[in-house]
Design a protein around this ligand. Structure first.
Ligand SMILES: Cc1cc2nc3c(=O)[nH]c(=O)nc-3n(C[C@H](O)[C@H](O)[C@H](O)COP(=O)(O)O)c2cc1C
Length: 233
């Protein structure tokens, strides 16, 4: 049984967030049968969602408006069992690239109700320049975006509450590398997301719930009824 853990790095720099994600993926890979991949958004074309709704009207799993880094990411998101999102803290929040990435997942949104994301697990990792510079609020933002994308969000329990967070100590990469306490939260998240992804996959193979039940629906008719009710407002 193998699982794939994908990490997305929203930082425009090769610095603390990339280091943290590599650290988390190393911990994830310690679990037997775990494959990992890191995608850096840095230096790649990433457009904003323009809400043209063509992905919905055309019923496609890619963005008809832009052929950019997301074209390579959509199939990887569908394939991955776990998703780790790394964002630097910008104004106590996830940065623009990370938010744009999540907004651009809209073409896959139609699969949330079908249960495609119902057993996928997600987690956030963040790096801030200040010790208490908004790591928690940034992780909350990432967690909310994962929830809205259909993921189960992994906490790190009492040692890494709502995700992995580093204090770059103003010194950027070196500061992040020296934040021992923070690095423990990062490896805990990497380890935990891998274990959870694996247990969920094994569990799914040993139960016979149709996929839509992973999303909380009891029948396919219920999905259609909910969609129609949503359209009516
Ligand atoms: C536009 C901008 C806003 C920032 N806002 C915050 C902030 O609110 N709190 C904080 O602790 N650090 C803030 N920082 C510092 C970054 O979080 C810090 O440098 C971090 O190491 C960046 O991650 P990276 O090393 O992966 O690029 C900000 C940096 C920038 C460029």
């Amino acid at each position: 049984m193998s699982v794939k853990i994908l990490a997305i790095n929203g930082s425009p720099r090769k610095s603390g967030t990339q280091y943290a994600l590599e650290y988390a993926l190393k911990a994830a890979a310690e679990i037997d049968g775990v494959e990992t991949e890191l995608i850096n958004l840095r230096g790649k074309e990433l457009n904003f969602c323009v809400h043209c709704n063509r992905c919905i009207k055309d019923n496609v799993l890619h963005c008809p408006a832009f052929d950019d880094v997301m074209s390579e990411i959509y199939p990887k998101i569908l394939e991955a069992d776990g998703l780790i999102i790394g964002s630097p803290v910008y104004q106590m929040s996830p940065n623009a690239q990370t938010t744009a990435f999540f907004n651009r997942l809209r073409p896959l949104g139609k699969l949330i109700a079908t249960g495609k994301f119902g057993l996928k697990v997600g987690a956030g990792i963040t790096v801030g320049g200040a010790r208490n510079g908004g790591q928690d609020t940034t992780l909350e933002g990432i967690g909310n975006m994962l929830l809205a994308s259909g993921y189960i969000v992994a906490s790190g329990g009492v040692y890494a509450y709502n995700g992995g967070s580093l204090w770059a100590q103003g010194a950027n990469l070196d500061g992040a590398k020296n934040d021992e306490v923070g690095l423990n939260t990062v490896s805990m998240i990497g380890h935990r997301i891998a274990v959870l992804a694996k247990v969920l996959k094994v569990g799914a193979e040993h139960t016979d719930y149709p996929e839509y039940q992973h999303a909380g629906f009891i029948s396919e008719e219920e999905i259609t009824a909910r969609r129609n009710a949503f359209k009516r407002g």
